[in-house]
Design a protein around this ligand. Structure first.
Ligand code: SF4
Length: 473
């Protein structure tokens, strides 16, 4: 056993008898080989999910609106209210998308928008109620924490003071929490089943205030999820990395998720974080993407690491902007993009660190099918969803679309049995026999991987118009 494995008790971590500390995770990230990280993360995935089966879900990403009051520097999807290209899907457009999903055996929709500043609570209740009565068997995974933060700001609820959008933080904390709970209860009663983990990005304040302008704070994001857990809903958690953050900021992000999950378990809440998915920032068409690249030869060390390390050591208050700017003046002014090996390294680390989260999802949508497949050997146990459309990330770079046949093929080719799951990770269909989706295919030339890529901003009069070019790979 290497010194590193011995010092960090990797055997015990793999067996679930010991937990990695944040400092241990940083050491592992910096000192372990990619091969060892993959081996160890795979061993954890095998303990938790067995050696045979790896899962996927059939759902559809639906962005009901691109109108958003926030201005995230990594976003190329949002439009201001009234801006050319701004859209909100009609009931008919929305239902047509769900009909297309159920026609291919889909079981879930992931519905999220921008942070729309004007739609009332009744709009969402009606949308959910209509969906549930038309498609009672479809699970509604909807509204990420930043949307809930906007709901608290803009919804006029009897018994609660109205605030201006962007000023919901001015409500006393207990009133904000009460209003959030009241809104979530109403949406749950209308048909909301679970929450996606969008908008997590990086929690550290010194990173978040530079990249997520006008968006939920880390505390608000975590409070929304804890509220959902208290109300019995399951949620996912996400992290978008590979921009201005330091590695310690990523570990701090995972640590906050792990602590929140510890609390949900200790309090015996009926809801939990069920999955974690991390993906690298996609830069095209985004303000953050225009920030110069860090050059490891000329600019070393990476300023994001320097600041993150000093904040983690308690030498700089990450909430104090002036102190951060003084401590490392170049932090936030250079980006360090993450490639394939960096992605796999982080994903393996997340499996080893997040010992209380059931599933680690492969991010093939941004990394491509082959790296997504390889991710199954770096701690991922789930391939996420077939992708019928994707609008947000493809506005900032290339994303990929796969059919169920291709998704099953990737899992089987990696040496596992593919299984369709539901939102709670129950297996719906184990694809062992000759009628498996991939084993029925006789001509693979009809099963090509689609690339989605938005070349430029154009008006989006219909729900499909944001997808401007579809290439083949
Ligand atoms: S990432 Fe989401 S919250 Fe941020 S600007 Fe884009 S749509 Fe709005």
């Amino acid at each position: 056993m290497t010194n590193l494995a011995h010092d960090l008790r990797i055997d015990d971590v793999i067996a679930g008898r010991a937990r990695l500390s944040p400092a241990g995770a940083l050491r592992l990230y910096r000192e372990a080989s990619l091969h060892d990280l993959g081996r160890w993360a795979s061993a954890v995935a095998e303990r938790m999910h067995g050696p045979r089966v790896r899962t996927y879900v059939i759902d559809r990403n639906i962005n009901y609106t691109n109108v958003c009051s926030a201005s995230c520097t990594f976003c190329a999807f949002k439009r201001d209210l009234g801006e050319e290209g701004a859209y909100t899907l009609s009931r008919e457009q929305l239902h047509e998308k769900v009909r297309q999903l159920t026609a291919i055996g889909g079981t879930q929709i992931l519905i999220q928008g921008g942070m729309h500043p004007e739609l009332p609570l009744e709009f969402y209740e009606q949308m959910l109620g209509d969906l549930k009565s038309e498609f009672p068997g479809v699970h509604i995974h909807g509204f990420s924490p930043p949307e809930f933060v906007e709901f608290v700001a803009v919804f006029d609820l009897p018994g609660f003071p109205r605030t201006e959008p962007k000023k919901s933080h001015e409500l006393p904390p207990e009133v904000w929490q009460e209003k959030l709970t009241a809104i979530m209860r109403r949406l749950q009663a209308a048909g909301l089943d679970s929450l996606p983990g969008g908008g997590g990005e990086i929690f550290a304040e010194h990173v978040r205030r530079r990249i997520g302008i006008g968006k939920a704070s880390a505390e608000q994001w975590l409070a929304v999820m804890s509220t959902a857990h208290r109300l019995g809903m399951w949620t996912s958690a996400t992290m978008m990395f590979g921009h201005i953050e330091g590695v310690m900021d990523r570990i701090d992000h995972m640590d906050r998720v792990r602590q929140a999950q510890d609390r949900a378990i200790a309090e015996n809440w009926a809801g939990r974080y069920v999955s974690f998915i991390a993906w690298p920032f996609q830069r095209e068409n985004t303000p953050l993407g225009r920030v110069p690249d860090w050059d490891p030869e000329a600019d070393a060390p990476f300023p994001g690491d320097e600041l993150a390390d000093r904040v983690a050591a308690g030498k700089v208050d990450g909430r104090d902007k002036m102190a951060c700017d003084e401590a490392v003046p170049t932090a936030g002014k250079l980006v360090r993009m993450a490639g394939a090996s960096e992605y796999l390294r982080m994903q393996a680390l997340s499996r080893l660190f997040l010992d209380n989260i059931h599933s680690i999802g492969s991010s093939w949508v941004t990394m491509g099918p082959k790296i997504g497949q390889l991710a199954l050997f770096y701690g991922a146990s789930d391939m996420g969803s077939v992708m019928m459309e994707e609008n947000v990330v493809s506005a900032a770079g290339t994303t990929y679309c796969l059919t169920e046949e291709l998704l099953c093929h990737l899992i089987r080719e990696a040496g596992f049995v593919p299984a369709q799951r539901d939102n709670r990770y129950n297996v719906l269909k184990l694809h062992e026999g000759p009628d498996a989706p991939d084993l029925r295919v006789t001509d693979w030339s009809t099963q090509r991987v689609k690339k989605l890529h938005i070349e430029k901003h154009e008006s989006a009069p219909s729900s499909e118009a944001v997808i401007l070019s579809v290439g083949k790979k």
